[in-house]
Design a protein around this ligand. Structure first.
Ligand code: F6P
Length: 340
């Protein structure tokens, strides 16, 4: 059997480790061969394909990004399942291994429903996919954000300023919650919790009154006090989802205006997604790659691998779709005990 591998959606540290795990295990254990689709779903529909075998995956587990390239394209803009099927036929590809987040897995589910043999691997730095306890990329993003916040604290301390750090996560607060806790933030603002301006100002004042330089962590999807939706001024992505980013500046302005404390905001942005994956993410991604190939060999079409506790299992693709995994009230309350 020849398997085409595609990486779709935003890149994520650990993608290359999945590809390596899948190719090495697939060739050695199951006698499979592989092809790489270039640049996400576009490659599956237009036939942009590169050779993929043991020599191509040598030493790539430690590399960030994806050797295959990625995009947020929608294959229905290029002919949909008919085009994907034609390309498979022309290139002798029997099945697809799709590595991606909710957008990519929704496409995989739709292609599966159209009869294309497909298996999924969940990925996202946001950690917001249902049906898996964790996704690779999250640990790396949290580590990078934490290190950045440690740095913000030393400059904040030197000037006696309030520092606001804005992190990614889309409409889930996982990166903010974990990096904020790790960095000892005085306030963490996440989309799942409607923090009021008074609460925020109370935490900032309390830290400042103790002689600390307050650190406020805000998730990009946080809904500003008194508003109905997340701050978005950049239009929508290819899947019609609002592009986020920039709420940190608004929170900084609010703090400065209400407290008079000099405040600066930093948007960490794509730095959180770049660079080498942590050891944790390399291990999780490698295990996902191996398990996904066992699923392909077993004909587990329409399913994806998932982490449950410490075990890698598999679930229907549709279990990951429809809603996202959000921070519970209990987890937020736990973190908020140390705010202020
Ligand atoms: O889903 C991952 C993510 O990094 C989000 O946290 C962020 O909102 C989005 O992707 C950014 O997308 P892009 O790379 O297209 O700007």
């Amino acid at each position: 059997m020849r398997v085409g591998i595609i990486t779709g959606g935003g890149d994520c540290p650990g993608l290359n480790a999945v590809i390596r795990g899948a190719v090495l295990h697939g060739e050695e254990t199951h006698g499979l061969s592989f092809a790489g689709y270039r640049n996400g779903w576009r490659g599956t529909a237009v036939g942009d394909i590169v050779p993929l075998g043991r020599p191509h995956v040598r030493g790539i587990a430690r590399l960030g990004g994806t050797i295959l390239g990625t995009s947020r394209t929608n294959p229905w803009e290029f002919g949909g399942e008919d085009a994907v099927r034609d390309v498979m036929h022309t290139h002798g590809i029997d099945a697809i291994l799709a590595i991606g987040g909710d957008g990519t897995l929704a496409v995989a589910q739709r292609l599966h429903a159209a009869g294309i043999p497909i298996v999924g691997v969940p990925k996202t730095v946001d950690n917001d996919l249902n049906a898996t306890d964790m996704t690779f990329g999250f640990d790396t993003a949290v580590s990078i954000a934490t290190e950045a916040m440690d740095r913000l604290r030393t400059t904040g301390d030197s000037h006696g300023r309030c520092m606001v750090a804005e992190v990614m996560g889309r409409h889930a607060g996982w990166i903010a919650l974990h990096s904020g806790m790790a960095a000892g933030a005085h306030a963490i603002l996440i989309p799942e919790n409607a923090t009021t301006a008074d609460e925020l100002i109370g935490w900032v004042r309390s830290a400042h009154d103790r002689g600390r330089a307050p650190l406020v962590v805000v998730a990009e999807g946080f809904v500003p006090p008194g508003e109905a939706s997340a701050h978005s001024t950049k239009g929508d992505d290819a899947f019609g989802r609002p592009r986020l980013g920039g709420v940190g500046d608004r929170i900084a302005a609010l703090i400065e205006q209400r407290t008079g404390i000099e405040t600066r905001s930093s948007l960490l942005g794509h730095i959180q997604r770049g660079g080498v994956p942590t050891a944790f993410d390399r291990v999780l991604a490698t295990r996902f790659g191996i398990a996904a190939i066992d699923l392909v060999a077993a004909g587990g079409w329409g399913r994806m691998v998932a982490l449950h506790g410490t075990a890698v299992e598999d679930v229907p693709l549709e279990d990951a779709l429809g809603s996202s995994k959000r921070v519970s009230e209990e987890r937020y309350r736990e973190a908020s005990r140390l705010f202020g």
